[in-house]
Design a protein around this ligand. Structure first.
Ligand code: CA
Length: 267
């Protein structure tokens, strides 16, 4: 393997991060993971990650299930009808209406504060984890560290790894916390850097915990608002908020499904 790539990465990041140099080298197999952990730990510490975060990093393992999932990702090539069918849209809409009816106070409060209507939040909640029914069983810190170590998308996942370690420092997650296979966390599956930037303490217990439904829904509403959601404006195709759904998920079929489901839940 060429040593050129880590050098280039280090220089590029040196220019962009005001002096932080990332020198730990990636690999496409698990063999060097333990050595890499020690290297990346000093970088994390230099960036302000505290003792708890570093301990969590050192306790990680190379997550084979994460790599297997990452290598097998399929792009969305379904038509909207097929996608909705495969994802159980009718069930999500039916259960979603029930969720909305049972939690009127919460959804009204979220719409008042962030301007995002219940249908969108409920549809996202249903799509991401079947309303909290399946939030994943992969170790979050191991998943996100493995994806940073893996060469395929190191640069994309590195900030998420640093954020995950800071979330450990803050007590939002622990070294044992679980999520989806790419380290997505909680009811609406936030990647760690988004959790750090957009996570809010919706239930007011002093801690952002996206395994808590209120925190997760408030954080989702906050995320959409910060990404440009315009209160009172529509979110169907051609309306101002449709573009904001792109910020949540890059797949156009997913955006369209959320818009359709949201409208049917809100009807
Ligand atoms: Ca909370």
């Amino acid at each position: 393997m060429s040593i050129l790539k880590p050098v280039v990465v280090a220089l590029a990041l040196f220019a962009g991060t005001g002096g932080a140099v990332f020198a730990a080298s990636c690999s496409n197999s698990g063999g060097g993971y333990e050595a890499w952990k020690s290297e990346i730990a000093s970088e994390a510490a230099a960036q302000g990650v505290g003792t708890k975060g570093i301990q969590a990093l050192m306790a990680t393992h190379y997550s084979k299930e994460t790599i297997a999932a990452d290598r097998n990702q399929k792009s969305f090539k379904y038509t909207i009808d097929k996608f909705m069918k495969v994802r159980g849209a009718d069930t999500i809409i039916k259960q979603g209406r029930g969720q909305k009816a049972k939690n009127t106070k919460l959804f009204n409060a979220l719409e008042n504060q962030y301007g995002v209507p219940a249908g969108v939040l409920v549809a996202i909640h249903g799509m991401e984890t079947a309303f909290g029914g399946y939030m994943g069983s992969t170790n979050i810190v191991s998943a996100i560290s493995t994806l940073t170590y893996d060469c395929r998308r190191s640069d994309f996942f590195r900030p998420h790894m640093m954020a995950a370690l800071i979330l450990v420092d803050r007590g939002s997650i622990t070294a044992q916390s679980t999520g989806a296979k790419h380290g997505e966390w909680g009811h609406t599956q936030f990647l760690p850097d988004n959790a750090l930037k957009y996570g809010v303490d919706g239930d007011g217990n002093g801690r952002v915990d996206l395994n808590n439904r209120t925190d997760a829904l408030a954080s989702t509403a906050n995320y959409l608002r910060k990404k440009g959601w315009k209160p009172g404006q529509g979110y169907q195709k051609g309306q101002p908020n449709y573009a904001v759904l792109k910020e949540w998920n890059a797949a156009s079929v997913y955006q369209e499904a959320i818009a359709i489901m949201g409208a049917r839940i809100d009807r």
